[in-house]
Design a protein around this ligand. Structure first.
Ligand code: SAM
Ligand code: SF4
Ligand code: SF4
Length: 382
């Protein structure tokens, strides 16, 4: 009988410690730029490596089964530690913080973290743009508390409107209706900026593009189509399963005319398209869609995102093989010594030259030959 190979995941392999960098440089606060002159603007924080879904493209059941070893609670950054480190990121230019995971709403009392993060201000005194990506399963229950804690924006992941397709994709039999209830509850709670993310896989849910587009048109919710990415090492990615965003736009515009819209912010990942009215111009009441073409049209040139993993490692790219351990600094110093954190983050970002998506094929070949593994999305934060 052939033995089935199940990849083992041990996040310790992705750690890089202080020795790799020199911190003897003077402390610089204010805007920091990397080696490709990209500023640091966006911080994604994974608050848990656990999830109640088993989407095959992210946490396949064969790997994340009942015997999978999640991080113990003591390994996770506490809310105080997250806020402390986030404050240093803000001093260096971060303007937007996204909570993610795993499933962020599984982290107990997450509202308390939101309350703490809302106290952060930019050096000019402006509030930080705070948002969250969630699978929506617990949103109906938590929307009011999240809004009260200061959440004004949320992105809900939903890959299909058809229950059979969606249940097959989340692989835990979770129904579409409950996610839609969550979106409705978020709207009712006054969370004004709501987006829906749909990861499109050829032959899996591409037939759901039109039902999703029709359902969300004019609903006040912006639907975004994401190309299936080769994140991590367990989702069995191959290029044949990627449906290029261009094909998504072509499909929709055959039925519902679209016009290209300007990016609303520098470094924005989504290309925006508005639904056109009878005059051929964008009709705002019909809303807009976005496409995130991470595979077919890499946007590394503008990438201003840093990721803080569940246990406090700083990754400068979704596909980075190593993260920089900030937790040992957080736990080895007091808030009076936060300058050390700023210095380290500054140095790591200034040394950054990542542009994986632009170099995908050559890096994949190299990684295959060296059997190099990459951290999973649920750990590093999507
Ligand atoms: N559990 C939450 C959720 O699903 O929204 C937050 C974490 S999840 C890792 C963040 C986002 O990454 C989701 O929108 C998910 O669909 C997307 N994602 C996960 N794996 C992906 C992949 N291989 N390619 C593209 N997007 C992916
Ligand atoms: Fe969970 Fe989100 Fe990953 Fe799906 S995409 S398995 S909901 S973390
Ligand atoms: Fe940014 Fe890395 Fe993605 Fe390029 S591949 S856009 S550098 S996270």
């Amino acid at each position: 009988m052939l033995a089935r190979v199940i990849p083992l995941l041990d996040h310790r392999q992705f750690v890089e410690r202080q020795s790799a960098h020199s911190f003897a440089e003077p402390l610089v606060t204010g805007e920091v730029r990397d080696r490709l002159q990209r500023p640091l603007r966006d911080l994604r924080i994974s608050v848990t490596d656990r999830c109640n879904f088993r989407c095959a493209y992210c946490m396949p059941k064969e790997v994340f089964g009942s015997d999978y070893q999640y991080l113990p609670h003591s390994s996770l950054l506490s809310f105080e530690e997250i806020t402390r480190v986030a404050r240093q990121f803000v001093a260096l230019g971060v303007r937007k913080i996204r909570l993610t995971g795993g499933e962020p709403l599984l982290r107990k009392n997450l509202e308390e973290l939101l309350v703490q993060l809302t106290t952060l201000n930019t050096p000019d005194g402006d509030a930080i743009d705070l948002t969250m990506t969630t699978n929506g399963s617990l949103l109906a229950r938590k929307a009011v508390a999240l809004k009260a804690a200061g959440l004004n924006r949320v992105t809900v992941s939903l890959d299909a409107l058809d229950d059979r397709v969606f249940k097959r994709m989340n692989d835990v039999d979770f129904p579409v209706a409950k996610v839609l209830d969550g979106i409705e509850a978020a709207q009712a709670a006054g969370i004004t900026n709501i987006k829906v993310n749909m990861v499109v896989q050829r032959g899996v849910n591409d037939q759901q593009i039109m039902p999703m587009a029709r359902f969300f048109q004019g609903s006040g919710v912006a639907l975004r189509f994401i190309e299936f990415m080769d994140v991590g090492s367990t989702n069995g990615w191959n290029m044949d399963a990627v449906l290029p965003s261009e094909a998504v736009i072509r499909t929709i515009s055959e039925h519902m005319p679209l016009v290209r819209l300007q990016a609303s912010a520098a470094g924005e990942t989504a290309q925006r398209w508005g639904y056109a009215g009878p005059n051929g111009q964008h009709q705002p009441s019909l809303g807009e869609i976005g496409v995130i073409s991470s595979v077919t049209q890499a946007f590394c040139g503008d990438c201003n995102r840093a990721r803080l993993s569940t246990e406090g490692r700083l990754f400068t790219c979704l596909f980075a093989g190593q993260g920089f351990d900030l937790r040992h600094i957080l736990r080895g110093t007091t808030t009076a010594e936060d300058e050390q954190l700023t210095r380290v983050i500054n140095s790591v970002w200034r040394g950054r030259a990542d542009r994986y998506s632009q170099m995908r094929s050559s890096v994949r070949q190299q990684n295959n030959s060296t059997h190099q593994r990459r951290p999973e999305m649920s750990y590093i934060g999507g």
